[in-house]
Design a protein around this ligand. Structure first.
Ligand SMILES: [Fe+2]
Length: 131
């Protein structure tokens, strides 16, 4: 791996790694909260995949980060207050936004491609729960 390139993009890579870690915690907490078993199973699966994403970025950054709890508290709360029909499209939109963001670095960091594709699929899965 090109360490100079990694150093040049270190802030973005750390930011991405942090976002993935936060998503693991958020999806696991959401899986505990949701009433539908199908939704819970989907969110557990997404949590596991976000964990793999974090490891992809870790391979570049070599930094050990701690998940931040903000989204893991806020998103399940929003499920209680607003319900799944409001919340899930917002989550899907964030997944698509993540995929868009990764588009900018995928040519430099090839391992990000599968992550990017997963985020698009995640958006589809979360939207699909409402169908
Ligand atoms: Fe991810």
């Amino acid at each position: 791996m090109d360490q100079k390139l990694i150093d040049q993009y270190m802030d973005e890579l750390i930011y991405a790694q942090q976002g993935e870690l936060d998503a693991v915690l958020m999806y696991n907490k959401l899986a505990e909260k949701v009433k539908d078993a199908k939704d819970a199973a989907a969110f557990k699966q997404l949590a596991a995949e976000e964990g793999r994403h974090a490891s992809v970025f870790h391979a570049y950054t070599k930094k050990v980060l701690q998940p931040k709890k903000t989204k893991a508290v806020f998103v399940p709360l929003m499920y209680s207050i607003a319900g799944r029909r409001v919340l899930y499209p917002i989550i899907a939109k964030q997944e698509y936004a993540a995929a868009d963001k990764y588009k900018n670095i995928v040519s430099l960091f090839p391992d990000v491609e599968s992550v990017m594709n997963d985020e698009t699929r995640h958006g589809d899965i979360v939207n699909g729960l409402l169908k």
